[in-house]
Ligand binder design. Structure first.
Ligand code: ARG
Length: 588
């Protein structure tokens, strides 16, 4: 269904044409003076030069042709040549009436849906998730959901770090503690045990211990590196241990991501493409893309138009070992082969901006992707503490994700208890639901590339631009609807009526902008646009609510119209929070 703003623009374009001017001048935008008008058109100003006329003359002539408009209730030409516009109540009501009937509120589905892979999360196996993993998980999940909602075929892949030194460190430490384990017996020919030789708790202790030791002791580190190479070269016992580490760690990762309502379609990792690397290296050499430089195999990726230095992409180190780069390139190859995506979107810390620039250029240059395959990196900013520095624990350490989540859950629990008095099971669940909205909205309402301050007090507040405020609004709507239902006066059919008041019309206009907003959020991979939209929508709703006695209204038609508007508001808000990755409780 056509976007509301486009429909109005169409009408304004016709008016310009009728007045004898270029129709393209009739583009309408949202008003930047909402106190004066709802929409505006600056076409008369833009056209003044070529028509050699004062803009106000053009504006007046255009306004003159709109007297009988079915769309505009007001078109006024104001100095120096703006056209201030208001739309007819009936026109908005009719538009919303259509939205109610159509799937996805009339959002048009793409003619050729794209196949998109979203690579996000960035978890490393056997290392605990910490606060640095929060942003890519939250942002990636939302980008994935927005793309799905707008009709694309989307695959979310966690792309785990599961092939690096951390694996060698764990194996080394395990060997020191339990050298008698069969995994270390090179002669062993039998089956390896099904049960892992460690628990999650043990694993969580083994990795940091080993990592600490390797920083202090060069020979320990050398052992860990050797173990890593042996694993990568296919040592049977080490591979079996690796599988145990994967199983134990992934179960824990899943639990953590579940708590965040983050769900991956693929749990692939660096290890999955190791077998592709030799073939890829041969290809890069044979086609002349890669050459030896100071012992390393590299691909030049600088371009003439560069204003900064872009170093070559290293494919193999001088000792022949592959790197993070190599794996990412092999993964691109693998994805092209298996899924043939039109687009790959990566969400990581923006400190990897240059890295992805190199990878993307290398993939294009070496034709690992099609010329039309889109490669997009969304580099996110840092989550800071109130001191403006990267978020840390009180003692200055890296905070584990679970600890952070617990703190927010506790704070939300406290706030809800304060307002409710007593807490039952349902209230506890509610506290968790609301806490998740606090974290996610707090993050997503900022443009991804910007740093932001993680402020528990602010994020968990029921007032202001926060997740809990949005949920509060949804719950308020649900509670009104419940009351109407108890009265037995829920209408059979949803009938949107013309607005009776300014606040009601504002709410309706805000709703009418839904499909344009969603399309932009997808095109610009910008979840913050969804946040800004629902914040405005929630404000518009609350203004309407404070001015209107819905439940006690006696005119059944009027009441039915409001109920329809409430349901539409609720459904749109819930759809929006769903693409942001959280949900609303029934009551708060
Ligand atoms: N595991 C990586 C890290 O901790 C992030 C992976 C991001 N995805 C990618 N395809 N490189 O930094």
């Amino acid at each position: 269904m056509e976007k509301f703003l486009d429909l109005i623009s169409e009408e304004m374009k016709a008016a310009f044409e009728a007045a004898g001017y270029d129709r393209e001048l009739g583009k309408v935008t949202l008003s930047n003076r909402p106190d004066l008008c709802e929409y505006q058109c600056n076409g008369a100003m833009a056209g003044a030069k070529s028509y050699k006329k004062a803009p106000i003359m053009i504006a007046q002539a255009v306004a003159q042709t709109c007297k009988e408009s079915k769309v505009f209730s007001e078109v006024s030409a104001v100095a120096p040549g703006f056209l201030n516009l208001k739309v007819k109540e009936g026109f908005v009501a009719e538009y919303l009436g259509q939205m109610v009937k159509k799937p996805k509120f009339g959002l048009d589905m793409p003619e050729n849906p794209g196949k998109i892979i979203v690579d996000y999360g960035g978890a490393n196996v056997a290392k605990p998730l910490h606060v640095g993993h929060l942003r890519p998980a939250i942002i990636g999940e939302s980008i994935k959901r927005i793309a799905k909602y707008t009709g694309h075929d989307v695959i979310g892949d966690i792309h785990m770090g599961d092939w690096g030194l951390q694996m060698g460190l764990i194996i080394t430490e395990l060997k020191m503690r339990q050298p008698e384990l069969v995994y270390f017996d090179q002669e062993y020919e039998g089956e390896y045990p099904k049960e892992p030789p460690f628990t999650l708790t043990e694993l969580e202790e083994i990795y940091p211990t080993a990592s600490g030791k390797s920083k202090e002791d060069a020979s320990y580190k050398a052992l860990a590196m050797e173990a890593t190479v042996m694993l990568q070269n296919g040592n049977k016992g080490y591979r079996a241990l690796w599988q145990h580490i994967m199983d134990v760690s992934i179960a824990d990762l899943k639990r953590n991501y579940d708590n965040l309502d983050v769900e991956f379609d693929l749990w692939k990792g660096e290890s999955d493409v190791q077998e592709l690397i030799p073939g890829m290296v041969d290809y890069l050499k044979k086609e002349g893309y890669a050459y030896m430089s100071e012992g390393a195999l590299v691909v030049d990726v600088k371009e003439e138009t560069d204003t900064k230095e872009i170093p070559p992409c290293i494919i193999l180190k001088s000792d022949g070992a592959s790197l993070y780069n190599t794996t990412d390139l092999a993964t691109i190859m693998d994805r092209m082969e298996q899924y043939h995506p039109d687009k790959m979107i990566y969400i990581t810390d923006k400190r990897q901006d240059l890295y992805f620039e190199q990878i993307f250029r290398c993939a294009r240059k070496a034709k690992l992707v099609e010329p039309e395959t889109e490669l997009l990196h969304i580099g996110h900013g840092t989550m800071n503490g109130k001191d403006g520095k990267p978020f840390k624990t009180r003692t200055g350490g890296v905070m584990r994700l679970e600890v952070l989540m617990q703190e927010i859950n506790d704070e939300m629990y406290r706030k809800i208890e304060e307002s409710r008095g007593e807490m039952d099971e349902e209230a506890k669940e509610t506290a968790k639901t609301v806490a998740l909205s606090a974290i996610k909205y707090g993050d997503l309402s900022n443009q991804a590339s910007k740093d932001y301050v993680f402020d528990i007090d602010k994020f968990t507040s029921f007032e202001g631009d926060t997740g809990p405020y949005i949920l509060y609004t949804i719950v308020r709507i649900k509670s009104i609807l419940n009351k109407v239902k108890e009265q037995g006066s829920l209408p059979e059919e949803l009938m949107i009526r013309e607005a009776d008041s300014v606040s009601e019309k504002d709410l309706m206009l805000q709703i009418a902008g839904f499909n344009a907003m969603m399309e932009t959020a997808y095109e610009e991979t910008a979840p913050h646009k969804v946040c800004a939209y629902i914040y405005d929508l929630a404000n518009a709703f609350n203004r309407f609510y404070h001015e209107t006695r819905i439940v006690s209204e006696e005119d059944p038609d009027k009441k039915a119209g409001w109920v329809a508007l409430l349901m539409l508001s609720r459904d749109i808000l819930e759809t929006c929070i769903d693409v942001l990755g959280f949900s609303a409780p029934e009551r708060m």
